[in-house]
Design a binder for this molecule. Structure first.
Ligand SMILES: Nc1nc2c(c(=O)[nH]1)N[C@H]1C(S)=C(S)[C@@H](COP(=O)(O)O)O[C@H]1N2
Ligand SMILES: [Mo]
Length: 189
């Protein structure tokens, strides 16, 4: 297992809830998901419309910067490319900002989101727990957990990179657990 757990991480059999602030109340009847910004076609989906998109299952490990790692989680949802096929990012769109109920945000290169991003409704065969982002969260397996935004309600396509909630507060922009990119380099010395 050593080669599955990045440096400075410990294996956890649990999947703890890690949220800054309180759990937002989300109602499926009024739930709306938007893809906006630098897109050819702005998209707004109800929950009913979202569930009719193609669903994909992915197994991946999860690494939280507070040092727990959870291996072999099964995630079910819509792939980022399947979502982007509806919105068609403009050529100048290079980054994405994920938006959430409650105001949390996180940023990623569009390329990374296209490679591995999954908009997830089920974890290990069950709908997400309320504390884990129900009904929809982002999963970005190759980055620390704060990039896996919970209670997702929108994806914004942008040209220039901009820091999200934790990135503004000192967490590393790239967040690769294998390189221990926990904090912005200039803050660690
Ligand atoms: N909206 C929102 N998403 C969030 C967070 C948060 O505070 N708010 N915390 C992040 C962090 S730091 C981690 S490690 C994971 C934890 O997911 P979990 O609570 O399902 O374990 O969610 C991420 N997504
Ligand atoms: Mo985290």
């Amino acid at each position: 297992m050593g080669d599955r757990v990045p440096p400075g991480q410990f294996l956890s059999n649990k999947f703890p809830v890690l949220t800054y602030g309180s759990t937002p109340k989300v109602d499926l009847d009024t739930w709306k998901f938007r893809v906006f910004g630098l897109v050819e076609q702005e998209v707004e989906l109800t929950w009913d419309q979202f569930t009719k998109l193609t669903w994909t299952t992915v197994t991946a490990d999860f690494h939280c910067v507070t040092q727990w790692s959870s291996l072999d989680n099964t995630w079910e949802g819509v792939t980022f490319p399947d979502l982007m096929a509806l919105a068609q990012p403009k050529p100048e769109a290079k980054f994405v900002m994920a938006h959430c109920f409650g105001g949390y945000t996180t940023n990623l290169p569009l390329e990374v989101a296209m490679e591995e991003g999954l908009l997830v409704h089920k974890q290990d065969g069950e709908p997400l727990g309320e504390g884990h982002g129900w009904p929809l969260r982002l999963i970005i397996p190759s980055r620390y957990g704060w990039k896996s935004a919970k209670w997702l309600n929108g994806i914004e396509l942008i040209a220039e990179d901009a820091p999200g909630f934790w990135e503004q507060r000192g967490y590393n922009n790239n967040a690769d657990p294998w390189k221990e990119e926990r904090f912005w380099p200039e803050l660690t010395h």
